[in-house]
Design a protein around this ligand. Structure first.
Ligand SMILES: Cc1ncc(COP(=O)(O)O)c(C=O)c1O
Length: 360
């Protein structure tokens, strides 16, 4: 069978998601576990989104609006762009892959950071596109090195801000420099999945920087602060011509009706977003302070998770936490690190207490 795929595809490992609660219950019999592994919003979706879902459920025999027009119109208004500049995705994940599939071939080249969101690498590998993964410097994107890694054949640069898994951010001034330094023919895709959680005064809103370069695509999602991860809705904003090309490759009906109506309603609930953001900021600070008290030094995070280097193998710590019913996220390529999603206040306390016990 292996002859059916390229060597690169044969060498891929499937995306490793955070361990589901049901799996832990099945494997270890832990029934009251908490999941701090997938950067989900622990407060759940907006009641407005749930209400909209109930209203749409009787329409499930119909295909969704293939162009997600109402949602795109609403997003266009929200961000002050035209509808033709907005494309919906089955999660922003689909749009990341769509960028690779639409704009690159095996003769091109992609640049992204390492460690960063693993899907950039997976998409490049699956599509057979060479890439350069530029190491972070002190846990942050090294934009000078990334700009230097751009070659004549480079078509696409991915930049996650805040970055996953580190939570660190590129400040506005540096991003402005980068957007102007990268050659004009390259597409820069700024992945802002956690944008709404960021609160640093120097955190850039890339949609406000679109004047700095034409080939700029900004990606956002309803999976994180809007708490609709199960429905798979993301979007990208870019030049109408690029969006048009992506639409030619995109699967039809890529976002279901439930996702479209829930996302629309979620945008109306600004109080829910504000509350999620405030509670995350407070929880993130408490989690970071708690880790410091354990003698650890988490990286400064602008997202809904913190990244910490334990200074020792992380896997046994991860396993011990699992047995205590606390699911966090280890990474195959980062053997001493754990990423902990900010949960509710009691969840954060429980995670810290469990970690204190395991480390002592
Ligand atoms: C940086 C980053 N980008 C994109 C995504 C994809 O999110 P979704 O496909 O749920 O929109 C994630 C998910 O964890 C992420 O961390």
């Amino acid at each position: 069978m292996s002859r059916l795929v390229t060597e690169t595809i044969a060498s891929l490992a499937p995306y490793e998601a955070g361990k589901p609660l049901e799996e832990l219950a099945r494997e270890l019999g832990v029934v009251d576990a908490i999941k701090l592994a997938s950067n989900e919003n622990p407060h759940g979706p907006s009641p407005l989104a749930l209400e909209a879902l109930r209203g749409a459920i009787s329409e499930l025999n119909r295909y969704p609006d293939a162009s997600a027009l109402r949602l795109r119109e609403r997003l266009a208004r929200e961000h002050g762009v035209s509808v033709a500049e907005v494309i919906q995705g089955n999660g922003s994940n689909e749009l990341l892959e769509l960028l690779v599939r639409t704009f690159t071939t095996g003769g091109d080249h992609i640049v992204f950071a390492e460690p960063s969101f693993v899907v950039y690498r997976l998409a490049a590998l699956a599509h057979g596109v060479p890439f350069t993964a530029v190491p972070l410097r002190d846990g942050v994107h090294d934009l000078r090195a990334m700009a230097a890694a751009v070659e004549p054949r480079t078509r696409l640069v991915f930049l996650a801000n805040p970055n996953n898994p580190t939570g660190t951010h590129v400040p506005r001034g540096e991003l402005e420099w980068f957007l102007q330094a990268v050659p004009a023919d390259v597409i820069v895709a700024v992945d802002e999945a956690y944008f709404e959680y960021a609160d640093a005064p120097d955190f850039p809103d890339t949609l406000r920087l679109r004047g700095l370069r034409e080939r700029l695509v900004v990606l956002r999602t309803f999976s994180k602060i809007h708490a609709l991860a199960a429905l798979r809705v993301g979007y990208a904003i870019g030049p109408a011509e690029l969006v048009d090309y992506m639409n030619r490759v995109r699967a039809p009906f890529n976002v279901g009706t439930l996702g479209q109506v829930a996302a629309l309603a979620a945008l109306d609930d600004r109080a829910h977003v504000a509350r999620s953001r405030e509670e995350n900021s407070a929880g993130r600070a408490r989690l970071a302070a708690g880790l410091e008290r354990l003698g650890l030094h988490p990286l400064p995070s602008q997202a809904n998770f913190v990244y910490v280097d334990l200074g020792r193998p992380a896997r046994p710590v991860y396993d011990a936490l699992l047995r205590l019913g606390v699911i966090v996220r280890p990474f195959a390529g980062l053997p001493q690190a754990l990423r902990i999603t900010v949960g509710t206040a009691p969840e954060n306390e429980r995670a810290l207490a469990a970690l204190a016990g395991v480390l002592s």
